[in-house]
Design a protein around this ligand. Structure first.
Ligand SMILES: [Zn+2]
Length: 100
């Protein structure tokens, strides 16, 4: 359970005990937090571009994500590679774990 889910749980308990589901402000806060939690879950999942390296649409040579890098492949020269922290398509964090 992450920080948002923990907050939702605690706030829901508080609302239930204190107001019995009748406080619009807290119910709105809970709805907003649930939507945020859902977006976070979607981001954590990843997409076909960052999980499988599906090629981005390109007229020429392939562009794809490998680990935390975006690679523009070149048939004639060396590939262009740039480190990225997030998938540009779904927003998943791509930082590679170092050490441990
Ligand atoms: Zn992605």
């Amino acid at each position: 359970m992450n920080e948002i889910e923990q907050t939702i749980r605690e706030l829901q308990l508080y609302v239930d005990v204190r107001w019995g589901d009748s406080n619009d402000m807290f119910n709105l806060a809970l709805t907003t937090l649930r939507e945020k939690a859902e977006r976070e879950r979607e981001k954590a999942k990843g997409c076909e571009y960052c999980l499988t390296g599906k090629h981005f649409m390109s007229d020429g040579e392939p562009i794809y994500i490998f680990e935390n890098q975006i690679v523009a492949q070149s048939y004639n020269e060396s590939d262009n590679v740039a480190e990225i922290n997030f998938c540009p398509m779904c927003g998943k964090r791509l930082e590679v774990e170092h050490g441990n």
